[in-house]
Design a protein around this ligand. Structure first.
Ligand SMILES: *[C@@H]1O[C@H](CO)[C@@H](O)[C@H](O)[C@H]1NC(C)=O
Ligand SMILES: *[C@@H]1O[C@H](CO)[C@@H](O)[C@H](O)[C@H]1NC(C)=O
Ligand SMILES: *[C@@H]1O[C@H](CO)[C@@H](O)[C@H](O)[C@H]1NC(C)=O
Length: 497
């Protein structure tokens, strides 16, 4: 049982998480006004969608496109962040404001990461930077150089009490004879922390390896494999990949146990919801079977029960089992029964996602859900009836990944000015290109000849970058203004044309 999954499974999984793969033919888009080369977003709409922008953090085969990216539903770029590896790029609510949050750092080739969580306001100013490490935490890493912050890539969830829930992986020496290893082997602990965002202080810490009685190592679906168990290649027993608040504690997702666990505030594991029948504390219906899952979320918790959703990968690089689905269940706490409410997949575009992924309920009113397909570079929106109404693709299958993918409503006016570039074509003619990275609120551009403050022309915004041909324009200084109707929102520098 334990050895049934070949070690290659974990190795390939890790490759997908970390290693750039050879370039493919997926189209990228360049601009005159910004040094960006994001993937073209191919959007297919097949029904009415909910409002919002698409938030992804692609990485894989093209360094220039590796950044936090926002697109609109027409596939136009809205924002590109710095070139870096990110995870969980999205909006969340903090101190009653919508903010942008994302993890940035190093994704190791061991399946986890070391990084920092950045929180930006609606001008893209960084208002909080959350880190973990130092002090008496004594994290151990497999690498010679200690990272600056030990926040893992998998979770950065803002709670209603303005704290941040994050995961962390710590190397621990442990007797692994129960799974066929050695008494002095090394493994990865699965930890989570709740951090006060305003002060960066830890308010709660939990470690899986301190709960071996409740979560025995023999229950892991991740075989040890011949190369694993050293300090440099510790065994990834748990693979913790989501955390969220419950009434009296937390719910965590352990991918390598095909299960969600409810951890009480006092640390005790109160129950296990397993995706495998006759395992864990609930009787699950046939549709509720899941494996290698991500992103467990909880809604409407009462004494009697709760609604839970997750991204059911159901596949590994070495095993194609079934279509990847987005699942939602009613969990009957009184009778220990799980009944499936929704099982989302697109029969016209069946996906097998072997790693990463997300499930986002857009709104309880519309019932629309967005699935981010992780190792498959696609985001899909489903309507309340379970029909796929939108697919957005940003790379070739298994060549580009975004750890999670979201649709978020967002209004931002950047603190930086609009960019403008002009190319003179003749004595009387010039092409002027304008953009304002991240700005969502302007709908037109006004171009002014600086001398005499004369309005030369106003043009409708066209996607990320608007280019206009100006005729009858003699040499001189020009400035462009991004406007909403007649209201100026941002002014470029003055350029000579
Ligand atoms: C990490 O593991 C080491 C070695 O097992 C231990 O001493 C240290 O306390 C752990 N750190 C945390 C934050 O649990
Ligand atoms: C934690 O609280 C739960 C619920 O009251 C209880 O069942 C459990 O025994 C407690 N664990 C500890 C270690 O106190
Ligand atoms: C939570 O309960 C409300 C009110 O009954 C309902 O409208 C909503 O759909 C529920 N949410 C989920 C995710 O089931």
């Amino acid at each position: 049982m334990l050895r049934s999954l070949p070690f290659a499974c974990s190795v390939l999984q890790l490759l997908l998480l970390a290693t750039p793969i050879a370039a493919d033919n997926f189209p990228y888009v360049g601009y005159r006004t910004a040094p960006f080369l994001p993937p073209q977003l191919k959007v297919t709409k097949t029904g009415p969608t909910d409002p919002g922008y698409i938030f992804v953090g692609p990485r894989g085969n093209q360094g220039m496109g590796t950044a936090a990216l926002i697109y609109d539903e027409d596939g136009q770029l809205v924002y590109e962040g710095p070139q870096e590896v990110t995870a969980n790029f999205r909006t969340q609510r903090l101190f009653n404001e919508e903010v942008i949050t994302f993890w940035a750092g190093d994704m190791t080739d061991l399946g986890f990461g070391y990084g920092t969580v950045h929180i930006l306001d609606n001008t893209y100013r960084e208002i909080y930077t959350v880190t973990l490490g130092g002090g008496d935490l004594n994290f151990v890493s497999p690498f010679a150089d200690a990272p600056a912050s030990y926040i893992d890539l998998h979770e950065s969830h803002v709670t209603e009490r303005n704290t941040l829930l994050v995961t962390a992986y710590n190397v621990t020496q442990h007797d692994l004879t129960v799974i066929g290893g050695a008494p002095d082997d090394y493994m990865l602990d699965g930890m989570f922390f709740e951090i006060d965002i305003a002060t960066n202080e830890i308010v709660y810490a939990w470690s899986a390896v301190e709960h071996l009685a409740e979560i025995p190592l023999e229950g892991s679906k991740q075989g040890l494999g011949p190369e694993y168990g050293t300090k440099e290649k510790p065994w990834d027993a748990y693979h913790i990949n989501s955390v969220e608040l419950m009434e009296d504690g937390y719910i965590i997702s352990l991918r390598h146990y095909w299960s969600g666990f409810y951890v009480h505030n006092n640390g005790t594991v109160m129950w296990r919801l397993s995706g495998e029948k006759n395992t864990g504390d609930f009787e699950i219906d046939d549709q509720a079977v899941f494996s290698w899952q991500h992103d467990i979320r909880v809604y409407n918790q009462t004494q009697e029960g709760l609604v839970l959703s997750l991204f059911n990968n159901a596949n590994t690089p070495t095993e194609t089992v079934a279509a990847t689905t987005g699942l939602s269940f009613y969990v009957d706490l009184a009778n220990h029964k799980v009944s499936t409410l929704r099982a989302l997949s697109d029969s016209s575009d069946v996906i097998h996602s072997v790693s990463q992924g997300s499930y986002q309920l857009l709104s309880p009113q519309s019932g629309h859900v967005v699935l981010g397909y992780g190792s498959i570079a696609r985001v899909k929106e489903y309507d309340a009836s379970g029909k796929a109404v939108m697919t957005a693709q940003f790379g070739e299958d298994n060549a580009v990944a975004s750890y999670r993918g979201f649709k978020c409503q967002w209004k931002a006016t950047p603190f930086w000015p609009p960019a403008v570039v002009a190319i003179r074509t003749t004595d009387e003619e010039a092409q002027v290109s304008m953009s304002w990275n991240g700005a969502t609120e302007y709908d037109n551009w006004a171009i002014y000849a600086v001398e005499g403050e004369k309005l030369v022309k106003s043009v409708k915004r066209e996607g990320f970058e608007t280019t206009v041909e100006l005729s009858g324009l003699r040499e001189g200084y020009v400035q462009v203004v991004a406007r909403q109707g007649n209201i100026p929102l941002g002014m470029s520098e003055v350029i000579y044309v």
